[in-house]
Design a protein around this ligand. Structure first.
Ligand SMILES: [Zn+2]
Length: 197
């Protein structure tokens, strides 16, 4: 290839899962030939996003401000706290727009074999959320995998220190399925059919 930068661009594009050398090459050539404006905008926004997006101090969802939009909203129901595994789960639930409570993002699942315990997930942040007594119900929306079960059981134990009702969303979510692949209707039913845990 005649350009070292082009080599680097093709290499860099492959940091995305599912983007192999062929697709990376196609994207690079497409941007250079047909869409330099789009390419420059992408570079600018990507740079800003990577530098400035961190985690909300309350729910740990992605945000560039200390307290995210959902946590600072005056219209959300502060008595409901939905515990999810990843920021993309918050996005999935928000897109279906039936849930009005708040969130807590675990950032993973407990997996003793991989050395991921309560300390690694910084679950003391969850205690901080529950300690002030504002939350009345904790809704577990962790996936029904082996690690998801371990996590749910541990959280049940941890939440029992507080005066909160603990529920878990109903199944209907495919086994081992990720929340972000489930459609809004199914998700909304799973929430409506949540049971005491
Ligand atoms: Zn937040």
């Amino acid at each position: 290839m005649a350009s070292q930068l082009l080599d680097q661009l093709i290499e860099a594009l492959q940091c995305q899962p599912g983007v192999g050398p062929k697709s990376a090459q196609r994207i690079a050539y497409q941007l250079l030939q047909n869409d330099r404006t789009g390419g420059l905008l992408l570079a600018e926004v990507l740079d800003a996003a990577m530098q400035h997006i961190g985690h909300c101090q309350w729910c740990r969802d992605f945000t560039e401000v200390p307290r995210c939009r959902i946590c600072s909203s005056a219209t959300r129901d502060r008595a409901l706290l939905c515990v999810v595994e990843r920021p993309s789960d918050v996005q999935a639930i928000e897109s279906a727009s039936f849930y009005q409570g708040l969130y807590f993002v675990l950032g993973g699942k407990l997996s003793p074999l991989d050395g991921i315990g309560p300390g690694e997930l910084r679950l003391s942040d969850l205690d901080r959320r529950l300690a002030d007594g504002e939350v009345r119900e904790v809704i577990l929306a962790v996936s029904p995998t082996v690690e998801g079960e371990v996590t749910a059981q541990y959280l049940a134990e941890r939440c029992s220190r507080y005066a909160v009702r603990l529920t878990r969303i109903a199944h209907g979510i495919p086994l081992g399925g990720d929340l972000d692949y489930v459609d809004g209707g199914t998700l909304s039913h799973a929430f409506a059919g949540r049971r005491n845990y």
